[in-house]
Design a protein around this ligand. Structure first.
Ligand code: ADP
Ligand code: MG
Length: 244
């Protein structure tokens, strides 16, 4: 009994560590960035000093971006596999991304159904976030982000499409390669690597179709939690058309 209690405590520490990284490391970064921003406005700083501060701010933004791509949903509890409602999880991610979408004049159209998949909630949300964030970032001058949920055989299909800049064949091939980014210092090149890893863990599959100047379609397949989802989908389509 004693040994078991110690192990439980250790597990808790591991969980807390993950949460620390996302929340407790983010806060000091934000505070430091704020003070550097203040220094930038100070009249005592010469041009050279301000250049150094600017670099420090860019580095903080980089650390922040890496945390976003890895640990946005990390929780202070051990993660476990559970039944996930794809509609609920997608809505949660849309809520988080809405400010970014608004800033880019992007309309979000979602056609969601409450199908179930099996997975760890934070990982699944991270996967959706990274794909949708890429879609938004591909439309800096506005566009439409579409999210559709359907059933395809034993799989729940999440189709995420954008009307953005698109990708060349070479870019599609390099997708998921660590540090591959076309966004310069603003990109981490880690987002899609994380996505591929999570999809694999959940025994899913991912396909990309993209055309330069037209947009990108990402098809994510996850094994359906219930076989009955398949019957449900053919009998009564409980889809909701929502514009955000
Ligand atoms: P990051 O977003 O930090 O650059 P990712 O791994 O998320 O890293 O994406 C890698 C690259 O894949 C991006 O830099 C971009 O060139 C390309 N990419 C991913 N999604 C899209 C998309 N929806 N439209 C256009 N390009 C995309
Ligand atoms: Mg990304």
């Amino acid at each position: 009994l004693r040994r078991r209690i110690i192990r439980a405590e250790k597990m808790e520490v591991v969980g807390h560590l993950a949460a620390s990284i996302s929340h407790e490391v983010r806060n000091p970064l934000t505070v430091s960035r704020g003070f550097m921003q203040l220094l930038l406005q100070s009249e005592r700083m010469n041009y050279k000093d301000k250049q150094y501060i600017q670099i420090a701010i860019e580095e903080i933004d980089r650390a922040e971006a890496i945390i976003t791509d890895y640990l946005t949903f990390a929780k202070p509890a051990p993660e476990h596999v559970e039944k996930l409602n794809v509609k609920t999880e997608i809505e949660r991610v849309i809520d988080i991304l809405r400010p970014l979408a608004n800033m880019n004049s992007i309309e979000i159209q979602a056609s969601l159904a409450p199908f179930a998949v099996k997975g760890e909630r934070p990982k699944f949300q991270q996967c959706l976030l990274n794909v949708m964030k890429n879609a938004i970032e591909a439309m800096p001058h506005g566009g439409i982000l579409r999210i559709n949920v359907s059933i395809d055989k034993d799989y729940v299909l999440i189709h995420i499409s954008d009307t953005g800049i698109g990708m060349t064949k070479e870019q599609i091939e390099r997708l998921g390669e660590p540090y591959f980014t076309t966004k310069g210092t603003k990109g981490t090149g880690l987002g899609m690597m994380v996505v591929y890893r999570i999809v694999e863990t959940m025994k899913g599959d991912l396909f990309i179709h993209s055309e330069v100047g037209h947009g990108t379609d990402v098809y994510m397949y996850f094994p359906s939690y219930y076989k009955s989802d398949i019957e449900k989908s053919s009998k009564r389509h409980q889809f909701e058309q929502v514009s955000y």
